[in-house]
Design a protein around this ligand. Structure first.
Ligand code: G6P
Length: 613
């Protein structure tokens, strides 16, 4: 949701900014822009991908050791060259890039217009740069102070970076509810939305806290302050644990394909050091810290969005069946606005790949204020959700760059499965024998996932058969119902085919009316329980001439007779079914999208990290 990168130091800024923008492009790709200061201020902005900006800038002056870059996911104003960032003050002295939303921008804009300001874009961001300009003009403040005072008048969420033509030895940045990281090099500094643009230059970083403003000086000094208290704050300097290889495609055509194939490794990483079947234990640091309170919770409330919400639905089945703890799964965007009843006996679990989703963050803040214990299942280390929660567990999936989430989903489900097993055993809801059996099978899952990935060519063939369908239906029962939702979401996101996920039996209450000989129906059938019921559902689809693509357990002969296409995957224990059955669906959407010439990693209108509500 908008990517920010900025540099001050001795190197040429432009190549650093462009490389950084390409790394951040997953956050938004409506338009991109840079501003460079080399005596004069040069601002280049282009609608479309970063490549458009590169093409344009080839013939421009790109000199300068101070600069900023931005890749946009439009909120206010359509994606075009004018609305692209950076935005410039009326006097041309300041440039600003912004991720987030200025909620009171209309009021501020009216007041500024009365003072004679004119605006060229439709963005909230341009209002902010004019507000800073106004304060500078009236009060003759240094840039960092003008920015700070302006931000005290702003309502909303932001990560910003500001440059001042008259102060070429300073870069000013600030954050509130949108991520921003400061990279500290040798007499040079970087600001970015995440560490990916910084990692090859320095491993020393500071994740800015909410309501902090930073000023980085060319001479190697920097300072952090609280925006509202105007007091200096001590930085918490961290070492980055991120490699360049993790940020590159590694020989795959797309990040999504790479990430699909990484899953045997990433779920293995998620379990490493946390699960030992032979010795019969699961250890999750965050869980142990609050063992009593979590184990005795009257209910779990899971808050999440998108794919993470689907992982939450799987968790509902896991926690209720294995640990006998009641669960409610909520869209974070609904939970935060519906005056929910939450008490200190509840545990609220947030699931988030990025750890920055605005709605999930807000729902957590609400739950925390009502006394609940909040637990985070997050991928991005040091992210806002990770820092807000009382306790939590990282899924350790590594950077996920494809906008359509794949390895984060299986990482989340793996983590939640370990939580459910551990709680179930400790609460006496699972026998020792059962616990041992399930743990042993969990350890087998990475190699079973490897086997599932071998269906790739077969899935590609099925994709070629159904790629032109305008609609698709995904059906599953029990643990595989959320997988049906996830499969449908993957198809919608990257191939733009309308798809719906349904509990298989619920099909009779509506979607069955849509089924004819043109409708592909993906049925996920690697269940043991309710197997006969699924078979009946397939018969119902076939009776209406639907095209059945069935994901089945190896050796299944009954469904093979009924389905048009079958995808066989290894047998596993029922609670682990989603971890294997989701993979063919990820591959199916991937191949269909490629065959339809869609941009798999950067689907239209979507962004990886949704930092606005
Ligand atoms: C966006 C992404 C999805 C993701 C959702 C929630 O819509 O495109 O892939 O599932 O946000 O994001 P989170 O980072 O909180 O898991």
């Amino acid at each position: 949701m908008c990517g920010i990168v900025a540099y001050i130091g001795k190197r040429q800024a432009y190549p650093i900014l462009i490389k950084g923008l390409q790394r951040l492009e997953y956050r938004g790709y409506d338009s991109a822009g840079v501003a460079l200061l080399n005596g004069a201020m040069h601002v280049y902005k282009k609608k479309g991908k970063v490549q458009e900006l590169i093409n344009f800038a080839k013939t421009q002056d790109c000199e300068g050791t101070l600069g900023m870059g931005h890749t946009r996911w439009a909120t206010h104003g359509k994606p075009d060259d004018i609305n692209a960032h950076p935005h410039t003050s009326g006097d041309g002295r300041l440039t600003l890039i912004h991720n987030g939303i200025i909620e009171n921008y209309a009021t501020l804009k009216t007041a500024l217009m009365r003072l004679g300001h004119t605006f060229t874009s439709q963005t909230d961001t341009e209002v902010l740069v004019h507000l800073i300009e106004e304060l500078q003009r009236r009060e003759h403040l240094p840039i960092e102070e003008a920015v700070r005072v302006a931000l005290t008048k702003v309502v909303g969420a932001y990560a910003i970076v500001v440059m001042d033509k008259t102060e070429p030895n300073k870069l000013v940045a600030a954050r509130k509810a949108s991520p921003l990281v400061l990279g500290i090099g040798q007499d040079e500094f970087f600001f970015a939305s995440d560490a990916s643009p910084i990692v090859e230059y320095t491993k020393k970083v500071v994740y800015l806290e909410d309501e902090q403003i930073a000023v980085a000086h060319r001479n190697g000094a920097y300072e952090l302050r609280n925006i509202f208290k105007n007091q200096i704050e001590e930085p918490f300097v961290q070492q980055l644990n991120l490699t360049i290889e993790a940020l590159e495609k590694g020989g795959y055509d797309s990040f999504m394909l790479k990430e699909i194939h990484e899953q045997p490794k990433t779920i293995g990483d998620c379990m490493r050091g946390r699960l030992n079947a032979e010795e019969g234990w699961i250890k999750l640091g965050g869980l142990e810290e609050y063992e009593q309170r979590i184990g005795n919770a009257q209910r779990f409330i899971i808050a999440a969005c998108g794919t993470s919400w689907h992982a939450g639905l799987v968790a509902e089945y896991l926690f209720e069946e294995l640990a006998r703890i009641p669960v409610e799964v909520e869209y974070a965007s609904e939970l935060r606005y519906r005056n929910p009843i939450i008490t200190d006996k509840d545990v609220v679990i947030a699931i988030s790949q990025s750890g920055e989703t605005a709605d999930t963050l807000a729902a957590l803040e609400l739950a925390k204020s009502q006394g609940a214990l909040i637990y985070g299942i997050v991928n991005v280390v040091g992210s806002s959700i990770a820092r807000l929660t009382h306790a939590g567990s990282y899924i350790h999936a590594g950077p996920e760059i494809g906008v359509a989430s794949t390895k984060a989903f299986t990482g989340q489900v793996t983590l939640l499965t370990m939580m459910a097993l551990s709680l179930g055993y400790k609460r006496g809801k699972i026998s020792k024998t059962q616990y041992h059996k399930l743990l042993t099978e969990m350890e087998n899952l990475p190699s079973k996932m490897e086997q599932v990935l071998k269906v790739n060519e077969q899935v590609k063939y099925i994709a070629s058969e159904i790629k032109d369908a305008p609609n698709a239906l995904y059906l599953g029962r029990g643990y595989n119902f959320p997988v049906a939702l996830e499969g449908a979401l993957k198809l919608k996101e990257i191939s733009y085919i309308h798809a719906e996920g349904y509990p298989a039996a619920e099909m009779k209450h509506g979607p069955i009316a849509l089924i004819d000989e043109n409708m592909p129906v993906v049925v996920i059938c690697n269940n043991k329980s309710a197997y006969e019921k699924i078979v009946s559902n397939i018969q119902e689809v076939k009776a209406r001439k639907g095209i059945v693509i069935a994901v089945v357990t190896e050796g299944d002969t009954i469904i093979k007779e009924l389905a048009d296409y079958i995808i066989e995957i290894p047998d596993t224990e029922e609670p682990f079914a989603p971890l294997l059955s989701v993979i063919p669906l990820q591959l199916l959407s991937y191949h269909i999208a490629v065959m339809r010439n869609c941009n798999v990693d950067q689907p239209r209108n979507l962004a990886k990290s949704v930092t606005v509500e």
